[in-house]
Design a protein around this ligand. Structure first.
Ligand SMILES: [Zn+2]
Length: 108
């Protein structure tokens, strides 16, 4: 299936495309004037080709999961405090620096 079924020509009626509207669940119709394409959704939103591409790009950006680096920023501090949290949760004592105290060596 082509995104635009046939080449839009000036003066011809709109053609339904296989392109979804970036701002609603509808599909876009396309028409042309002498210099550019015009996309219109069923709700009446109108886009030039440049506006449509920008809106699609923005939608991708808005729906992309948080960058990996943000997760790394979260994991690093959690990784650093995890031993302390585990010590607190299990009732082990903490050293003067707040880190879990070294386990006592038991001698047989
Ligand atoms: Zn729309």
């Amino acid at each position: 299936m082509k995104a635009i079924p046939s080449r839009p020509m000036p003066g011809q009626p709109e053609s339904i495309t296989a392109i979804s509207c970036p701002d609603c669940p509808g599909v876009l119709a396309v028409s042309a004037d002498d210099t550019r394409l015009r996309f219109r959704c069923r709700l009446g939103r109108v886009y030039s080709l440049k506006e449509l591409l920008a809106a699609k790009e923005q939608r991708i950006e808005d729906n992309t999961p948080t960058p990996l680096w943000d997760h790394v920023d979260l994991v690093l501090p959690l990784d650093a405090i995890a031993p302390t949290l585990i010590a607190l949760a299990t009732g082990k004592s903490l050293g003067s620096d707040g880190a879990p105290a070294a386990a006592a060596q038991s001698t047989p």
